[in-house]
Design a protein around this ligand. Structure first.
Ligand code: NAP
Length: 287
């Protein structure tokens, strides 16, 4: 049977409870081999969800699946591959459909960064960052909508960044991708409400993970190192926000403070960044 067009069944939506019940939920988590995605996969398993974990590193995923199975008491699936490849995304949705019988939640946590002046970077860096941080989650959402629509109390979690609120120097591609993701979350939230599909944007501040070890280009600027929140605490906050049907979550006071400053004092942020750039003597553009 072909899926109903989204929106057609809006009048038939069941009454939702205040709190989302995650027990037995069928969840796809991208970026689950490390950091925040891994911690979210474990937290969801701890709350009784059935998890399909994905990332490129198969051995890491096997370890996560074993740990998650110990928490949930049920089997946890994993599949290794590149989330920017359309055929692999299709494979993930098919796998959830055949093995779980459907999909209730999609958590898009896979992401990557690149550091350097925009003038020194290449078109390839921009393409690669947009591919993993924006196009992959956006298309994964589009491709999973018809399956999600048939799910139980379905929802999408997009893992964004406070840099989607206000950009930093040396992070041009990443900030642009996260700003686009934030914008997409807003559109989806309004469009999918009538279909009963919730959308949560998690805009993270500095978080302990392997993010800085896997930059596509460049290295972490000295001034960007701040005290980071643990991935497991971040995951607990994200999952709690999902349970309480929040539309957006900024884990920790640093993230909240930055978003507030971005809204009311953007010039103050820019002044402080200019000072930091001068002090760090970041090499001037080579072009
Ligand atoms: N850490 C922070 O301070 C921070 C702040 C704000 C937002 N975030 C966001 O949080 C999310 C999680 O990042 P993290 O901090 O937890 O970093 P991380 O530990 O490096 O995790 C990134 C995850 O993305 C996966 N990934 C990257 N490229 C992929 C690709 N092409 N195909 C499939 N999987 C891919 C990695 O798996 P494989 O390497 O196995 O493929 C890994 O599981 C990202 O969206 C990031 O932008 C992080």
């Amino acid at each position: 049977m072909s899926p109903q067009p989204l929106g057609a069944e809006a009048h038939a939506l069941p009454r939702l409870r205040w709190r989302r019940n995650l027990v037995g939920s069928r969840v796809l988590v991208t970026g689950a081999s490390s950091g925040v995605g891994r911690a979210v996969a474990l937290e969801l398993a701890r709350r009784g969800a059935r998890v399909l974990a994905t990332g490129r590193r198969g051995e890491r995923l096997a370890e996560v699946a074993e740990a998650a199975a110990g928490l949930s008491g049920g089997p946890v699936l994993h599949a290794a591959g590149d989330i920017t490849v359309p055929a692999f995304r299709r494979h993930l949705i098919d796998m959830a459909t055949t093995q779980f019988g459907g999909l209730d939640l999609v958590v898009a946590a896979a992401g990557s960064g690149a550091i350097g002046r925009f003038s020194d970077a290449t078109a390839e860096t921009l393409t690669d960052i947009m591919a993993v941080d924006f196009f992959a989650p956006a298309e994964l959402v589009r491709e999973s909508l018809s399956v999600l629509q048939a799910g139980r109390d379905p929802a999408i979690v997009l893992v964004g960044s406070i840099l989607g609120y206000h950009p930093l120097p040396l992070h041009a591609e990443y900030c642009a991708a996260k700003a686009a993701l934030r914008s997409l979350a807003g559109t989806l939230r309004a469009e999918l409400a009538a279909d009963g599909i919730g959308v949560l944007l998690a805009s993270l501040g500095p978080t302990e993970s392997e993010f800085w070890n896997h930059l596509l280009t460049g290295h972490r600027p000295g001034w960007s190192s701040g005290r980071a929140m643990s991935a497991s605490r971040t995951a607990r906050i994200i999952v709690r926000a999902l349970v309480w049907r929040r539309r957006e979550v900024l884990p920790g006071w640093r993230a909240k403070g930055f978003a507030l400053a971005a809204r009311f004092f953007p010039r103050m942020i820019d002044r402080s960044l200019r000072r930091r750039m001068r002090r760090s003597r970041w090499p001037i553009s080579s072009r």
